[in-house]
Design a protein around this ligand. Structure first.
Ligand SMILES: Nc1ncnc2c1ncn2[C@@H]1O[C@H](COP(=O)(O)OP(=O)(O)OP(=O)(O)O)[C@@H](O)[C@H]1O
Ligand SMILES: Nc1nc2c(ncn2[C@H]2C[C@H](O)[C@@H](COP(=O)(O)OP(=O)(O)O)O2)c(=O)[nH]1
Length: 228
C-alpha cells in the first residue's frame, strides 16, 4: 500500500539555514526539496514569461509579487500529486499562504528562529554558485577549492543584499510579512519552531520530530526519483 504523502514548509529569515536543513531532510526522509529561489532561477534561465518578469524584481533586490509567485509555483505543486515534498522559500506572505492553502493541505511547518548576530555573521560569509544556487559558507561548509563551485569549478559570488548594510532592512521586512503567515500556521496547529545558533544543534530536534511523522523512507513509487 502507498504511504501517505507528506507536505511540509520550512520558513525562516535569510540565513536561518532553510536551504541547509532542507537538504538534510531531503536526504534523510526522501522528501523532494523544492525551493522558490531555484524555481525562479530555472524560469529566468528558460526565459519564461514569469521568469523574465521575476528577474526585474530580483535584480533590484525586491520580492517577486505574489501573483507571479503563485502563477509560477502552484501549477508545479499540483503536478506533484504522487510525491512528498518540502517547500523552502514559499509561502512568505499571507496571500501566498492562502493560495497554497487552497491547493493542498500541509502536514507540518518548520519555522527557524535564529538571532540577528548569527544571521549577520553567516550571510556576510555566504558564497553562492549563481547558476545552480549551491550555497557555501567559508567556516561551516567551505568549497573544496576556495572561490570555486565544487561541481562545476565555476566562480562563486557574494550577494550585495547579504551584507550587513542590507540585512537589517531584509530582516525587518521578513518579520513584517512572515508574522501573519506564522500566526496562520500556529492557529492550524501545524507550526513547529526551532531556535538556536547552530544548525548542527537544531538538526537532531527536527530529525526526531520528522521521525515521528514520517516513519520510513519514501513510498515505493518515488524510490527511483533522484533527490534534488
Ligand atoms: N516566496 C517568494 N516571494 C517573493 N519573492 C521570492 C520568493 N522566494 C524567492 N523570491 C525572490 O527570489 C530571490 C531569490 O530567492 P532565494 O530564496 O534563492 O534567495 P534569498 O533571497 O537569498 O533568500 P534566503 O536568504 O532566505 O536564502 C529572493 O531574493 C526574492 O527576490
Ligand atoms: N557558521 C555556520 N554557518 C551556517 C550554519 N548553518 C548554515 N550555515 C551557513 C550556510 C550558508 O552560507 C548560510 C545561510 O544558510 P542557508 O541554508 O543558505 O540559509 P537560508 O538563507 O536558506 O535560510 O549559513 C551554522 O550552523 N553555522
Amino acid at each position: 500500500m502507498m504511504a501517505k504523502l507528506f507536505r511540509a514548509v520550512i520558513m525562516g529569515p535569510p540565513g536561518s539555514g532553510k536551504g541547509t536543513i532542507s537538504e538534510r531532510i531531503a536526504q534523510s526522509f526522501g522528501l523532494k526539496h523544492l525551493s522558490s529561489g531555484d524555481f525562479l532561477r530555472e524560469n529566468i534561465a528558460a526565459n519564461t514569461e514569469a521568469g523574465v518578469l521575476a528577474k526585474t524584481y530580483i535584480e533590484r533586490g525586491l520580492m517577486v509579487p505574489d501573483h507571479v509567485m503563485t502563477r509560477l509555483l502552484l501549477p508545479r505543486l499540483e503536478e506533484m500529486t504522487r510525491h512528498s515534498w518540502l517547500m523552502d522559500g514559499f509561502p512568505c506572505t499571507l496571500t501566498q499562504a492562502k493560495a497554497l492553502n487552497s491547493t493542498c493541505d500541509l502536514d507540518l511547518v518548520i519555522s527557524l528562529n535564529i538571532p540577528y548576530e548569527t544571521l549577520k555573521d553567516r550571510l556576510s560569509d555566504r558564497w553562492i554558485h549563481p547558476a545552480s544556487g549551491r550555497v557555501y559558507n567559508m567556516g561551516f561548509n567551505p568549497p573544496r577549492v576556495q572561490g570555486r563551485d565544487d561541481l562545476s569549478g565555476e566562480p562563486l559570488i557574494q550577494h550585495d543584499n547579504d551584507q550587513p548594510e542590507a540585512l537589517v532592512a531584509r530582516l525587518r521586512h521578513y518579520k513584517d510579512v512572515a508574522k501573519p503567515v506564522i500566526d496562520l500556521y500556529k492557529s492550524k496547529g501545524i507550526l513547529h519552531t526551532f531556535s538556536g545558533t547552530e544548525t548542527d544543534k537544531i538538526w537532531p530536534y527536527i530529525n526526531s520530530l520528522l521521525s515521528t511523522k514520517i516513519p520510513s523512507r519514501p513510498e515505493t513509487d518515488t524510490q527511483h526519483i533522484p533527490l534534488p
